[in-house]
Write a protein that binds this ligand. Structure first.
Ligand code: HEM
Length: 408
C-alpha cells in the first residue's frame, strides 16, 4: 500500500475497515464522536474536550524549550540518579524544570492510601501472571495500536523492542512494588520521567520525515492516545484475568485500578479522562481501544522483534514458537494473523486445552481437573522464566528525554 493510501486509510479510522475485521462506527473520513463523559472520571467532572485534540499543555512547551536551548543532555545527566519518590531534586537543574517536577511530584487530592495497600495484595496474589500479561497482552497489543507503533518505531528508542518491553516491565515492576507511591518507592519518578519523555517525543517526531510521511496526525501522543495505551495495560489485564475466571477480590482489584489511575495522573493524563471504576474503564476502552486496533508495517516489525525476546538468553521456554502461540491464545486469531504469526499446533493446542484448567487449579477454583503434570509444570516454569527475565535482563533502565529520532 503506498504512503498516501495508507495515510488515507488510517485517517479514515483505522485499517480495520479495509480488513473487514470490525465495523466502523462512523462514515469513512469522519472522526467518530468522543462521547465518554467526564462524569465517569476520577473527579466526576471536566470540560469534556475531545482528548484527541489535547496533548500536555504544561510539559510540552517546557520540554520543547529544554530541547531547543540544548539543555536536554544536562537535564538527563542530572536526573539519571534521581530515582526515589522522596529524594530531593539534584542541584543544578534549570529553574523551569525544577519547578515543574516539584509541583507535579505531589499526589492528587484523590489519592487513597488504603486503596494502594489493597493494590499490594492484588500484585502479590497475581504477580506471577502479571509478567506475562504486561509483556504479551499489553506489550504485544501495543504493536497493533497504529499510532503508537508508528511513534515508537520512528522515535529514538524505536526498533528496539527489548527496550520497550523493558520499560513496560519497569513500570509494571515499580507500580507493583509495595512502596510504589511512598517516599522510598519509584513510581512517581518513573511516571514523571515518562511524562517528560513523551513531551520530548511530541517535539521531535514532527521533525522526522519518516514519521510525518507515515503518521495520520501532526502531533503524536494525545490525551486519547495515552488512554488507549493505558487501557492496553490495566484494563486489558483485568479483562484477561476475568476471562480466565480468576476471582478477583473487589477491594483488591479496585486497589490495582487505583494504582494505575494515579500513574495516569502522574503521566500527565488529565483527571477528567481517567475512569473512576472498572465498568467506566471498560466502557471507555470499548470506545477508545477496541475499534482502533489494526496492523501497520511498523507494528508487524515490532511484533517480530518481540517474539525474539528470549533469543540468545538462557530461558528454554521463552522461544519464538511458544511466544507466538501465547500471542495467538491471548490476543486471538485476528491479531495473530495481522502480525503474521503462524499457528503452532503443539503449543497452541496445549494452551487451548490446558491453560484454563491450570489457572483454575492455581486459583483454587477446582480441586481436581484432568491436567497432565507436565503441562502444569511447564506453565509454572514458563511464568517463572518470565518473572526471571524481567528481574535479570530487563529491569535496569533509565528513562530519559529523547534527544533525537530514530535515524533509520
Ligand atoms: C516512552 C510508558 C503512552 C510512545 C515511554 C517510556 C515509558 C512509557 C515508561 C520511557 C521509556 C524509554 O525511555 O524507553 C507509557 C505509558 C503510556 C504511554 C505507561 C500510557 C499509559 C504512549 C503513547 C505513545 C507512546 C500513547 C504513542 C502514541 C512513546 C515513545 C516513547 C515513549 C515514542 C519514547 C521512546 C524512545 O524513543 O526512547 N513510554 N507510554 N507512549 N512512549 Fe510511552
Amino acid at each position: 500500500m503506498d504512503q498516501l493510501n495508507r495515510r488515507t486509510v488510517l485517517k479514515a479510522g483505522g485499517t480495520l475497515g479495509a480488513l473487514g475485521a470490525f465495523t466502523m462506527a462512523a462514515p469513512a473520513g469522519a472522526k467518530p464522536l468522543w462521547t465518554w463523559s467526564p462524569k465517569g472520571s476520577v473527579i466526576g467532572t471536566g470540560n469534556g474536550a475531545d482528548p484527541r485534540t489535547v496533548w500536555d499543555t504544561e510539559a510540552d512547551p517546557l520540554v520543547a524549550s529544554i530541547l531547543d536551548r540544548g539543555d536536554a543532555p544536562k537535564v538527563n545527566a542530572l536526573l539519571r540518579n534521581w530515582n526515589k519518590n522522596g529524594q530531593p531534586l539534584p542541584d543544578g537543574l534549570p529553574a523551569d524544570i525544577h519547578d515543574f517536577l516539584e509541583r507535579h511530584r505531589q499526589l492528587p487530592a484523590w489519592a487513597d492510601t488504603d486503596k494502594l495497600e489493597a493494590a499490594v495484595q492484588f500484585n502479590e496474589k497475581r504477580g506471577l501472571y502479571l509478567g506475562v500479561l504486561y509483556g504479551f497482552v499489553s506489550g504485544m497489543m501495543s504493536t497493533v495500536i497504529p499510532k503508537e507503533a508508528l511513534a515508537v518505531y520512528y522515535s529514538k528508542g524505536g526498533a528496539n523492542m527489548k527496550r520497550r518491553i523493558a520499560r513496560t516491565a519497569k513500570l509494571g515492576y515499580d507500580i507493583g512494588s509495595r512502596n510504589a507511591y511512598r517516599a522510598d518507592g519509584e513510581m512517581i519518578v518513573t511516571s514523571l520521567k515518562t511524562r517528560l519523555a513523551h513531551a520530548g517525543v511530541r517535539h521531535l517526531l514532527p521533525q522526522s520525515p519518516h514519521w510525518t510521511g507515515a503518521a495520520p496526525e501532526d502531533i503524536p501522543i494525545s490525551q486519547a492516545d495515552m488512554m488507549v495505551t493505558w487501557h492496553s495495560l490495566p484494563t486489558s489485564i483485568w479483562r484477561m484475568l476475568s476471562s480466565w475466571g480468576v476471582k478477583m477480590d473487589p477491594v483488591e482489584s479496585e486497589g490495582y485500578l487505583h494504582s494505575w489511575q494515579l500513574s495516569a495522573h502522574m503521566l500527565g493524563i488529565e483527571d477528567q479522562y481517567i475512569p473512576s471504576t472498572w465498568a467506566e474503564a471498560d466502557s471507555q476502552a470499548k470506545q477508545a481501544l477496541d475499534p482502533i486496533l489494526a496492523p501497520t508495517a511498523e507494528g508487524i516489525k515490532l511484533a517480530d522483534m518481540l517474539l525474539d525476546l528470549g533469543a540468545g538468553l538462557d530461558f528454554t521456554l521463552l522461544t519464538r514458537p511458544i511466544l507466538g502461540a501465547l500471542t495467538r491464545y491471548m490476543l486471538g486469531d485476528n491479531v495473530a494473523e495481522w502480525l503474521h504469526i503462524p499457528r503452532e499446533p503443539v503449543w497452541g493446542t496445549l494452551l487451548e486445552t490446558a491453560w484454563r484448567p491450570f489457572v483454575a487449579v492455581r486459583e483454587g477454583l477446582v480441586l481436581n481437573v484432568p491436567l497432565a503434570p507436565e503441562a502444569a509444570w511447564m506453565f509454572d516454569e514458563f511464568l517463572r522464566q518470565f518473572v526471571l527475565l524481567y528481574v535479570s535482563e530487563l529491569r535496569p533502565i533509565k528513562i530519559e528525554i529523547p534527544e533525537f529520532n530514530n535515524p533509520n
